[in-house]
Design a protein around this ligand. Sequence first.
Ligand SMILES: Nc1nc2c(ncn2[C@@H]2O[C@H](COP(=O)(O)OP(=O)(O)O)[C@@H](O)[C@H]2O)c(=O)[nH]1
Ligand SMILES: [Mg+2]
Length: 224
Amino acid sequence: MKVFIVIPAYNEAGKIRRVLLKLKKNSYKNIIVVDDGSKDCTAKIAEESGAYVLKHVINRGQGAALKTGIDYALEKKADIIVTFDADDQFMVKEIKDIICPVAKGEVDIALGSRFLGKAVNIPFLKKMVLKLGIFVVFLLYGINITDSQGGFRAMSRKASQRINLTADRMEHAAEFFSEIMRNKLKYREVPITVRYDTYALKKGQNWSDSFGLGMKMLFNKYMR
Ligand SMILES: Nc1nc2c(ncn2[C@@H]2O[C@H](COP(=O)(O)OP(=O)(O)O)[C@@H](O)[C@H]2O)c(=O)[nH]1
Ligand SMILES: [Mg+2]
């Protein structure tokens, strides 16, 4: 089976080399980095590592980058597409666990859950807001999950073709759920580890970004 790893990346020069090296060591050959108008040398590092590097000229957001990467993987005849972060918060060794139910044909999409697995050093407020996100996703889509904003997933070719991402920025996380429901895709959560180090905490979404995202999702659904 042809597995493609899609990595959206924005200003990740500090970490992406390490992530790509780990992927190589674990024999993942088909890696697509979508550089989203980074101001640092993220794209150059990714090119040096031998990954396919797609570049947005301007910063369009994580959702748009994922769409670009997924479309390219489909064009390259991917059987399974894994979405993965560039900031070394996820474990490369857990990719095989997330692929497993999809490869066996048991589900169309496997969703990583840090709350079934481990969220190492997660700040209290971030944890609370993510837990609130679970409730928001249940309210909006009637889907019962334990982690609402993870970026670590594995999808079959069929699921990747059907999931239609239209939100350019972080709202795409919710779109995965609405698309799962709309297309009646089979899904399962898989325990994963997410590490919070100083780099991830400085660069990543803070609790207020995540809270704002939840409010925006509710607003979009009920007020428009
Ligand atoms: N392409 C692209 N990737 C982004 C953007 N913002 C964040 N990312 C990437 O998406 C992944 C997760 O983003 P991050 O900010 O760490 O989110 P968090 O881990 O949920 O706090 C990382 O690989 C980032 O480099 C963006 O605007 N465009
Ligand atoms: Mg992060």
